[in-house]
Design a protein around this ligand. Structure first.
Ligand SMILES: *Cc1c(COP(=O)(O)O)cnc(C)c1O
Length: 375
């Protein structure tokens, strides 16, 4: 029987589950050498957990463009509820989530204010401007990952026909692994409200911020008009983000998503993993943070390594080495089965679900070895 037939919607959940168990032994086998690697480049590299494979195999699906996919609807409602919003929309990526949000908040020739290192400006090929005609007004990002709200306020344009109209302020939590506390988030949304502006939170790693602050995610999202959450970072889902806001906003955002080619059909098969991610894989972020802290403190013992002074407090560690040794170190690590990345002059090491305690010692050992005996 073909795979397509086995997983067809005409089969019962039991039949789908049975088919899954048939395949299970194959899914659990190492599929390539990649499985043996310690991959610290990002938390996006996580592979679906066994619970996710099971959820995919048993997911009830429908055509989501018609609003027919029960698993997507359940995911959207679950995330909206977790973050304290009326409605949610499942999207292909964090980039699409942020882009649909900005497109819905702003029109052509209008502007949003944003930290100059924040993802929407710096790491999404500035689609908002290139494709949306919406202008980013950047402000510096401070060492703790925040933006100075007085500086933001000073960039809000007055009503003058020469100026772009300021419509929106975009924030980010976490930024470069640094989590911002509920008090700051409240001041940020307060500033937007004071000026009648909308506020959007790029909370790609919002759950890491909530775990680091030991607070509810709602304590970080309260007062925002929209929030974007990535399922495919530390939460471990293979694909997708959820944008949340009011029901009216999300209805309008669905039009922007369609325009961007983001209307997916039986994507409940992917949303099923998102449900496992938000229901079962949030708590283990604390373990990632613990291991990242240990990695940072052990690497700080190696004299040739500089760890960032005001370090990240979630799942990321940033280090620098002498520029002449950078390529050599990266190649040495790879030869030991350890992938590291990040933009020069910095290496960014990201801890995630697929990094185990022993991998930390292996990584520190391999780095120490390189500096004892550089190639
Ligand atoms: C990863 C990330 C995104 C975008 O996610 P993609 O799914 O890769 O498009 C947005 N914002 C932040 C802060 C991120 O880290």
């Amino acid at each position: 029987m073909s795979m397509a037939a086995r997983f067809s919607d005409n089969h019962s959940i039991d039949q789908r589950l049975a088919a899954y168990h048939n395949l299970h032994w194959r899914i659990r086998q190492p599929q390539s050498k990649d499985r043996m690697m310690i991959d610290l480049r990002s938390d996006t590299v996580t592979k679906p957990s066994p619970r996710m494979y099971e959820a995919m195999a048993t997911a009830e699906v429908g055509d989501d463009v018609y609003g027919d996919d029960p698993t997507i609807i359940e995911l959207e409602e679950t995330v909206a509820d977790m973050l304290g919003f009326e409605a949610g929309m499942y999207v292909t990526s964090g980039t699409q989530s942020n882009f649909t949000a900005v497109l819905t908040h702003c029109g052509r020739g209008e502007e949003y204010i944003i930290g100059e290192g924040y993802h929407i400006y710096k790491a999404e090929a500035v689609g908002t401007a290139a494709l949306g005609g919406i202008i980013p007004q950047t402000v510096p990002v401070l060492d703790d990952g925040s933006v100075d709200l007085a500086v933001v306020e000073s960039r809000i344009k007055s009503d003058d026909m020469h100026f772009p109209r300021t419509k929106l302020i975009c924030f980010e939590n976490t930024h470069n692994g640094k989590s911002l506390p509920p008090e700051y988030m409240a001041e940020a949304t307060g500033l937007a409200k004071k000026h009648g502006l909308a506020s959007h939170l790029d909370g790609a790693r919002l759950m890491n911020a909530a775990v680091a602050n030991q607070c509810s995610p709602k304590d970080l999202t309260r007062g925002f008009d929209t929030v974007s959450l990535c399922l495919s970072k530390g939460l471990g889902a293979p694909v997708g983000s959820v944008l949340v806001g009011t029901a009216d906003f999300i209805k309008e955002a669905r039009r922007a998503r369609k325009m961007l080619g983001g209307g997916m059909r039986q994507a409940g098969i992917l949303a099923a993993c998102g449900l496992v991610a938000v229901r079962e894989q949030v708590d283990s972020l604390a373990e990632d943070h613990k291991l990242a802290a240990r990695l940072a403190s052990e690497l700080a013992q190696i004299p040739e390594i500089t760890t960032e002074p005001q370090g990240a407090n979630t799942n990321m560690v940033f280090i620098q080495v002498d520029g002449a040794q950078r390529d050599g170190l990266q190649a040495h690590m790879l030869s030991k089965g350890i992938k590291i990345g990040g933009r020069p002059p910095t290496f960014r090491l990201v801890v995630h679900r697929d990094i185990k305690e022993a991998d930390i010692a292996t990584t520190v050992g391999a780095m120490a070895e390189y500096f004892r005996d550089p190639a």
